[in-house]
Design a protein around this ligand. Structure first.
Ligand SMILES: Nc1ncnc2c1ncn2[C@@H]1O[C@H](COP(=O)(O)OP(=O)(O)O)[C@@H](O)[C@H]1O
Ligand SMILES: [Mg+2]
Length: 233
């Protein structure tokens, strides 16, 4: 046995392919992807638009099932989680932050976080922090009553982060989280993500086409036409 530092594998893709039917035409979104994500690591998924980044994040979050191959979460096939895939992923501690913040438009910032906390509690997965404390953690204590339309892009992403923390994620999937933001705001949102990681110790998989953003991650994987073509480790 080696005396190497022990790592826990959270998620793994083995020979994964995803095909979509677009009318009569089959679109290969991903092909033969092998990928392992260890607890606590930071991984950037790089690649141009259409290369398969979002599809890979959806696979890791159990939102899409592979057309071939398997996606495992802590050694269990995500396909077995099946019908309640979203709920199960939430129960497993997999959280999402999308490119636009994707907040529920009729709920205030605080209610968005509270709703996520309520779902997390149902899945027996709560941080122990009140929604207002989560908002304060992302620097938005004064914005609890604001509706999503009353928030700036950066604030919306902060609420989305607070919301994701409500489910105490072990894996945070971020899909171009700063894609709609100016570079100063983007930098601050990224700083916040890294600061939250320090505190909550989740693994981070972040899709981006921005090399500067990718460079913040310990590891990078490059996608092109649905295939992993490597990248600096
Ligand atoms: N629901 C869908 N139906 C058909 N084709 C899709 C669907 N989602 C993604 N695709 C196609 O799969 C490929 C990968 O898309 P995506 O994962 O969104 O890439 P990226 O996030 O890197 O831009 C693209 O060719 C895209 O057009
Ligand atoms: Mg995408």
């Amino acid at each position: 046995m080696s005396a190497a530092v022990e790592t826990t594998t959270l998620a793994a893709c083995r020979g994964v392919g995803v095909r979509y039917l677009s009318g009569e035409v089959q679109v290969v979104a991903l092909a033969k992807v092998d990928l392992t994500i260890d607890a606590g690591e930071t991984l950037a998924l790089r690649g141009p638009s259409g290369s398969g980044k979002t599809t890979l994040l959806h696979l890791l979050g159990g939102l899409v099932l592979p057309s071939e191959g398997e996606v495992h979460w802590k050694g269990r096939s995500l396909a077995l989680l099946d019908a309640a895939a979203r709920g199960e992923a939430r129960a497993a501690g997999i959280a999402y932050v999308f490119q636009g913040s994707n907040l529920l438009p009729n709920l205030t910032a605080l209610e968005n976080v509270a709703f996520a906390a309520w779902l997390a509690a149902k899945a027996e997965r709560q941080t122990g922090l009140e929604p207002a404390e989560l908002l304060a953690l992302v620097g938005l204590e004064g914005k609890g009553d604001a509706l999503p339309t009353e928030l700036s892009g950066g604030e919306g992403q902060r609420v989305a982060l607070a919301r994701s923390l409500a489910q105490m994620p072990e894996l945070l999937l971020c899909d171009e989280p700063t894609g709609h933001l100016d570079s100063d705001t983007a930098g601050r949102v990224l700083d916040l993500i890294w600061a939250l990681r320090e505190r909550f110790d989740f693994a981070l998989v972040l899709a981006t086409h921005d090399p500067g953003v990718a460079a913040r991650c310990e590891r990078q994987v490059e996608l092109a036409d649905g295939r992993v073509i490597g990248g600096p480790r």
